[in-house]
Design a protein around this ligand. Sequence first.
Ligand code: NAI
Ligand code: MG
Length: 369
Amino acid sequence: MATHKLFILPGDGIGPEVMGEVEKIVGWFGKQGVASFEIERGLVGGAAYDAHGEAISNSDMALAQAADAVMFGSVGGPKWADVPYSKRPEAGLLRLRKALGLFANLRPAICFPALAAASSLKPDVIEGLDILIVRELTGGVYFGEPKEIVTLEDGQQRAVDTQVYTTSEIERITRVAFELAKTRRNKVSSAEKHNVMKSGVLWKQVVTRIHKAEFASMELEHVLADNCAMQLVRWPKQYDVIVCDNLFGDILSDVAAMLTGSLGMLPSASLGAEDPATGKRKALYEPVHGSAPDIAGTGAANPIATISSFSMALRYSFQAIEAADMLDKAVTNVLASGLRTADIKSDNTHVIGTTAMGAAILKELEHLA
Ligand code: NAI
Ligand code: MG
């Protein structure tokens, strides 16, 4: 049986509350003999700052580097508002992303049948929806140089951000998108704006070349990013995997996320480069939501986003596909039974807290096993 090194960073706010439920599920899969997990725990964000004055320690960074997967809760909040920028809770996450080279951000948008009625879109538009946005995370206009505000001779100011992509950056994110589509419905939609952007021209060329050379049997389509936003709201089920740059991905993934539901439901994964020797990738899994200071400590937080993030770890880092499917099914069934945390409640549902939701999912896993 494979042994997987899992490094757990609960963080602060609701992070430790939701991660507590994940730990029970990890323990259950371990006991079932699905895999053996070697677990380390560390501090990040406000929890780390309060303990030792940094957003993450060097020893915890080393554990993250050594892990097969990092499970990250959430960080940040008004308590640390006056802490210097480099030690702020958010700095811990940025340091992890940078050090692990996490260039591929995966954001699924899945419609749970029991929640379809809560969407702002018509049920037939989103029922059965299962798409995946693959966003390039370490390049593009957020990082390109020059990046500045300068004062001109006439006294005006001029702001510059620079969109930069190299061939190899586009190649590696393209490969991730096709590899993922292979495990799904074999279709990749590449969103850019080659009509007005040079980086879009290069993006389209490189994606086309990689498709032809390495994934020719799979379907590729090119879509202009603004049209993609429109199509996501009009008929999202036309998509399987959407691959795009950092800026378009930021926007398109938020659009896709809100097709189906609440922040408390949304998982994510961030992947690094494949190690040629082992075939393994660095990976960090986290809910999309933040530390929710407004409800931290009340026991009301929805743990599903973090539990589904662990399901992504099972799928993408541990190749435990059956276990991931089973965990997703358990979540689906619990929602279908009418149990809800407060953030996703509706008529004729029963509201429960964080630990009761975790326990219900665990019980359903027992039932499915
Ligand atoms: P947030 O995601 O923490 O909360 C937004 C709203 O959604 C709040 O009303 C909150 O109660 C609710 N919410 C979020 N997650 C929930 C859950 N699991 N169950 C039930 N309700 C949930 O975003 P906000 O308020 O903008 O930021 C709060 C702090 O979190 C800030 O310090 C921010 O910087 C940080 N943050 C951290 C992130 C991370 O750790 N990756 C990501 C986003 C924000
Ligand atoms: Mg965003």
